[in-house]
Design a protein around this ligand. Sequence first.
Ligand SMILES: Nc1ncnc2c1ncn2[C@@H]1O[C@H](COP(=O)(O)OP(=O)(O)OP(=O)(O)O)[C@@H](O)[C@H]1O
Length: 396
Amino acid sequence: MPGSRCSARSEDGMADITKEQVLETLKTVRGPDLEHNIVELGMVSDVFISDGKVYFSITVPAERAKDLEPMRLAAERVVKDMPGVKGAMVALTADRKAGSPAPRPAPPQQAAPHAHAHPHGQPQQPRAAKIGVPGVGAIIAVASGKGGVGKSTTAVNLALGLAANGLRVGILDADIYGPSMPRLLKISGRPTQIDGRIINPMQNYGLKVMSMGFLVEEETAMIWRGPMVQSALLQMLREVAWGELDVLVVDMPPGTGDVQLTMAQQVPLAGAVIVSTPQDLALIDARKGLNMFRKVEVPVLGIVENMSYFIAPDTGARYDIFGHGGARKEAERLGVPFLGEVPLTMGIRESSDAGTPLVAAEPNGVVAGIYREIAAKVWKQIADTPLRSAPSIVFE
Ligand SMILES: Nc1ncnc2c1ncn2[C@@H]1O[C@H](COP(=O)(O)OP(=O)(O)OP(=O)(O)O)[C@@H](O)[C@H]1O
């Protein structure tokens, strides 16, 4: 539909809402100087309208994010009250240009507000304030240097493995462009909201789950630009009623783009799990992923070698067709824990594609045991590290 990027045709025959109308309405919200409005101050960006729902960002200095929450709420309220608007989703994004220091480069002595002492005594990487999620203990990123290595499958089974070890677990699908959690966990439908704002996570197999796939059509997310993706991500983290969780597993998008960096810089991650296949190329990519987390001082909890070896379905014989063991060697070389080898099996592929992950579907099977062990190794490190109790700033 021409113009669909900035206007929405409501199904009930109401007039389209335009970006201009949204901006006009937002002029009624005063900015932090209490003199000019937020539109005049150039704080509003990424206005996007889809199916009567309005999404936009308000850029604020990172260190003022907490006190400017009422301003965000006011902006959300006025837009939500516009005739024809079904909902509004507003994200505060950190200002990197005016008023706040750029995350990089900056003087080495300028440590993050609640940075922990660096174990190796290296200079701190300056970063934006990291804001935690109320009620959520440890946030773990599952990442890979490139796509298709089985990162999402690993994230799901790791989450289930942690749950099988008695923990309260949530999973956040941070892959905005290619959300896979609805399929992998066989969840359909839309989440409900509390007070029209906080989203209730979906649930299956004992996991609380949030994914862009529950909120928008895939084509909608495809046209989002960088800042909107970041806003959506942070909102999926902080405006979801996760309740009390021991661990939130974040399935990161593949690669090492801006989104990953934002997550690493703005979210107090307890650590990252890197998924790789045995092939050299994947390992090189995995190394890139690993370096990114190291740069921003997110502890790397270890490497999982996925599709490590092949088990023949008929005979059960094992074939090391990919020259398995590369990830273990690489982990040793890099000085990070090796978490385990997951075989390439028909069962993993079929079950993950059918939305019945093996740790839940066949809890007594060999593969479930492998994932549970990986989960135990991951949890042991988190439980042992002081980073787990990273202070979180609570919005309300
Ligand atoms: N150990 C395994 N054995 C067999 N198939 C697997 C295994 N791990 C993953 N797969 C299959 O490989 C495909 C890709 O897996 P998955 O979607 O988890 O990868 P990904 O790295 O998250 O991909 P993307 O980066 O594209 O999101 C899926 O069809 C999945 O079922």
